[in-house]
Design a protein around this ligand. Sequence first.
Ligand code: ZN
Length: 372
Amino acid sequence: MKFSDIIGHASAKKRLVAMADSGRLPHAILISAQTGSGEMMLARAFVQYLHCTGRRPGAEDSCGECPSCRLHQSLSHVDLHFVYPILKRGQGVTLCDDWMAQWREFLTDDPWMDFRKWPAMLGKPNGQPVIYVDEADSLRRKLSMSARASNLNVALVWLPEKMNTATANSLLKLIEEPEEGSLFVMVSNSPADIIPTIYSRCQRLELRRLSDDDLVEAIGPGINPADAMAAAHVAEGNYIAARDALGSAESSRNLDLFVRLMRLAYQRKVGELKKWSEEVADLGRDSICRFLDYCQRMVRENFILNLRVADLNYLTVDESMFSARFCPFINERNVEGLISEFNEAAIDIRGNAGAKIVLFDLAVKVIILIKG
Ligand SMILES: [Zn+2]
């Protein structure tokens, strides 16, 4: 992870670079931010910068190409020791290292670090992960060995607020009497919940809220700009909240578009369907393809509902209300045809065919398949 991979936080990046370049690092740094700020990405970029052997003067970033950077990018640098809240496995000692595979997957899949998803990755969606005292003992051993690939051992602690008192007391000793060539980087979403003796020992860097423009950039291209802006606005600097807002807005829009398509097709309102296809075309290619995937799912679910195989049904409340009356229209005669038409339209759209034409053509085929 390079600083340039991270959206926003210009002044924090500058401060971290200056701190590293000065050669006078504190023993412990606390980066705090509301969740969804990209705070872990920033911490990872900082450690990669500290270890980088190919830094170029004035670049203010790691090179991304030296052996050390490559090890960081594959999450396997031996002088970076991750500490994070975990769940106990059985009766014995459980350490972060026992969850390394899940941790790497989590960091890779969601570098924004949505904590709500973490317990499920540990196998218990309702679990309450904690940093246990055994971890402090393990860390002491790791930090007491000299750094193997660089001259700096870094303990990167995700969510120090999840330590219990025993862990905090044990870690405090490590911070007060640090091993030579070791550094703590802590990343917190709730600094007020960190045990005060640890909090007061850290040099602190509080990240500013990401701007709406930053969030729109993070949401990325392929999303309708108005949708991205609306999601950014409600999210108040939290990318995870923006992503949630976008997801739920999209689900309800997809249902609305599907319902309208089916009603208009049943009523053979060709002029209205033309307007419908223009409206969908304006969503942009990625959103259209997700909508067409959604249509296939709805057709499949309604067919299953029609067969009265309730156990196999996965519908939201709103979808169920519509489907209760709609499902009789999906049957053996048209289910495959409909799925195949939605699928082919998606293939055409992905292949850059004109969206309005593809969608209108699709709507006309739906008329024939629904009316029989
Ligand atoms: Zn490098």
